[in-house]
Design a protein around this ligand. Sequence first.
Ligand SMILES: CC(C)(COP(=O)(O)OP(=O)(O)OC[C@H]1O[C@@H](n2cnc3c(N)ncnc32)[C@H](O)[C@@H]1OP(=O)(O)O)[C@@H](O)C(=O)NCCC(=O)NCCSC(=O)C[C@H](O)C(=O)O
Ligand SMILES: [Mg+2]
Length: 270
Amino acid sequence: MNTIFADVRSALYLPASNARAIEKARGLPCDMVILDLEDAVKPDDKQAAREAAVAAVAEGFGPRIAAIRLNGSDSVWHADDVAAVRASHAAVVVLPKVESAAEATRVADAVGKPLFAMIETPAGVLAAVGIAAAHGVAGLIAGSNDLAATLRLPPDAGRAPLALSLQTIVLAARAAGIVALDGVWNRLADLDGLAEDARAGRATGFDGKTLIHPNHIAPANTAFGPTPAELEDARALVEAATGGAERFRDRMIETMHVDAAKRLIARGER
Ligand SMILES: CC(C)(COP(=O)(O)OP(=O)(O)OC[C@H]1O[C@@H](n2cnc3c(N)ncnc32)[C@H](O)[C@@H]1OP(=O)(O)O)[C@@H](O)C(=O)NCCC(=O)NCCSC(=O)C[C@H](O)C(=O)O
Ligand SMILES: [Mg+2]
């Protein structure tokens, strides 16, 4: 797995048509920015947003990974997006509503950049294993709003009815050795709800979370940690382990626990 991508705890979307948000993002503590050309941008603003995204990634976002989300493969804007992003300084391209491995590879090849495929339709979930393994795909992103809509869930249905889809996304990403990012939290001011949602995402196995607002960054960074307590525990576990099954702090540990602790320590140190 590419550790640059594996260390993404917080990936902030912003409409590429919003100059203030672009400027603001350069000072925010997120690990990745996703300049959106798709749903956050009105049809009349698509061309200006595309030009603004290309200019913004040329100027850079400091240590943050800069990604551009294209309009979908079947949209009238897609071909122009691909041409612009191919020639841009974006490190990553995000493709929404991916439903096949062939679609993901075609776009990854066309832009010549690592591609994060959004899984946000029932067909996308059912094809996720192949999409994750497709040439050029470096990550999967859960699109929980579109997923809820296409599954015809009632408003505010929460994570429970999405559990199988979200777990499938993580399974597919893990089997392919790539990154998995959780979907967004829509409630702008409910930071306790966000913290719980982010913890649930980490517990599902996601590496990090996509976000829509600057206030959502700190809770995501905390949830996807590792926390000081987790680091202390991991370091003590590695120090204590002698091999085979043994007792550590009133629990059984074996090789896989030592390996997981080492991964956590490495992530924390990075
Ligand atoms: C949701 C918003 C439209 C709310 O905007 P606003 O009411 O302006 O927020 P605030 O007044 O609280 O903003 C405070 C300051 O923060 C800046 N800001 C706000 N949002 C962002 C952002 N995303 N990135 C950077 N900066 C941001 C404001 O400019 C204010 O700055 P200041 O002037 O200094 O006070 C807005 O938050 C927003 O547009 N969010 C992103 C929306 C988006 O990109 N959506 C597309 C992806 S979500 C999705 O659909 C995922 C997936 O496809 C799915 O299906 O689930
Ligand atoms: Mg979506």
